[in-house]
Design a protein around this ligand. Structure first.
Ligand code: HEM
Length: 382
């Protein structure tokens, strides 16, 4: 239990951290990887180069500092991060490494302003925050379908659209699989030839049905300077008959029980988890609006599966092609949605931010909106 004095110091340092948050975490990562280069086998180097993880950590530390009197307020965010940590095999012994390097960075960036009182208060507070993660992750390790990264055989590779492939994999040990909860993801570990480190990536699972194996979808990332090393590696190198390593399904982006109608909104490869949700919920007879935005028709994945819903009256599809029709605007969404739906959406961070602003302007309550961006969720929610 933190003393009142410690909590006061932590809260009073929030403005300083807000000013220097990204700088502190940049120093933190550089120092941590120098001291512990083995951690480069866990962290996403592309995220590091683009500064994504720096921001995610900085924002989480700030959120924790703001809520230090009632840490339970950040539990929903911790839950989502803890799922990712468990999928990446982050263990209790990793936490002191992060703590020591974070404190080192605070001292380095704040200089004399980082008094012993501030450093002691943050050391204590970090310990309490780390315990919240460690305890939540311990439960998730107990519930995981298998331990660590396990070999799987690739039994099918299918082109789903111009840049999206689905991979179906079965356990190499021949063991059977539990059905997947719609909306979850698996984590792949690969080591492309010529690279120094292992690389881990999360990919959404396409279907709850595992009778033929786990099916996940990968979009070949072709945009920008840092084009996706792992997505390109999987597209170009992994063929039927190959083996890859997977950790057990994880994630809390799942459909809650409700009497209300449902709306699924996706952008690009964000269709993957909502396609799994569509199968799960349509089978229960739910009323569903399925809205998808893609650059053009060639980019729409899972066309065979969509065709399979042709005669189902409870499911209605809407496609928006941004090349010809522009973005999903308030006008377009107002024609489709009644406003009483529970909405589940998935896509890029910018797609999510745009949609959240549009849905806000339509008066749709945040409690009705559930979403998972590709990338740190807290960059949107905090
Ligand atoms: C991801 C926070 C401890 C390794 C994340 C994310 C956040 C976060 C906010 C982004 C989640 C998302 O993508 O939605 C924290 C906090 C920690 C902590 C507040 C301490 C209290 C650790 C530790 C390790 C670790 C001890 C391992 C040494 C990772 C990795 C990712 C991640 C590898 C995936 C993102 C990437 O590779 O760039 N963490 N984390 N974290 N965390 Fe942590």
């Amino acid at each position: 239990m933190l003393s009142q004095a410690t909590r006061d110091i932590v809260k009073s340092t929030v403005p300083v951290l807000e000013q220097h948050g990204t700088e502190i975490t940049t120093v933190f990562y550089a120092h941590m990887f120098e001291q512990h280069p083995e951690l480069l086998n866990i962290f996403n180097k592309t995220n590091q180069k683009l500064g994504r993880q720096q921001n995610a950590l900085a924002q989480t530390v700030l959120a924790a500092a703001k809520h230090i009197d009632h840490l339970e307020a950040i539990v929903p965010n911790v839950n989502q991060i803890a799922h990712k940590h468990r999928a990446l095999e982050i263990k209790p012994e990793h936490y002191p490494i992060v703590g020591e390097n974070l404190i080192y960075a605070i001292k380095k960036v704040l200089g004399e302003a980082a008094t012993p009182e501030i450093i002691n208060a943050w050391t204590e507070a970090y310990g309490v925050i780390a315990d919240v993660f460690i305890q939540m992750e311990a439960e998730m390790y107990k519930e995981a379908e298998w331990e660590g990264f396990k070999p799987f055989k690739v039994v099918r590779v299918k082109d789903e659209s111009e840049h999206i492939k689905s991979f179906t994999v079965q356990p190499a040990d021949g063991k059977s699989l539990k059905p997947v909860v719609a909306g979850q993801y698996i984590t792949v570990k690969v080591h492309p030839e010529g690279d120094d480190n292992d690389m881990l990536r999360h990919y959404s699972i396409c279907s709850t049905d595992t009778s033929k194996g786990i099916e996940f979808a990968v979009k070949r990332d072709v945009a920008g300077e840092e084009k996706g090393v792992v997505s390109n590696y999987l597209h170009d190198n992994i063929k039927e008959g190959d083996e890859i390593l997977l950790s057990a399904p994880a994630g809390e982006f799942v459909v809650a029980d409700t009497d209300k109608p449902l709306a699924f909104i996706s952008g690009g490869v964000g269709m993957t988890p909502v396609m799994a949700m569509l199968h799960e919920q349509a089978a229960k007879g739910k009323d569903i609006k399925f809205i998808h935005s893609a650059y053009d028709r060639n980019q729409v994945p899972f066309k065979d599966e969509i065709a399979g819903f042709h005669n189902q009256d409870n499911v209605q599809f809407y496609f928006n092609y941004s090349e010809s029709a522009g973005r999903l605007t308030k006008e377009k969404l107002s024609e489709i949605l009644n406003g009483n739906e529970e909405i589940y959406m998935c896509g890029s961070v910018s797609f999510m931010e745009g949609l959240l602003a549009t849905l806000d302007s339509m008066g749709i309550k945040r409690e009705q909106i559930h979403f998972e961006p590709f990338g740190p969720k807290m960059s949107i929610t905090v």
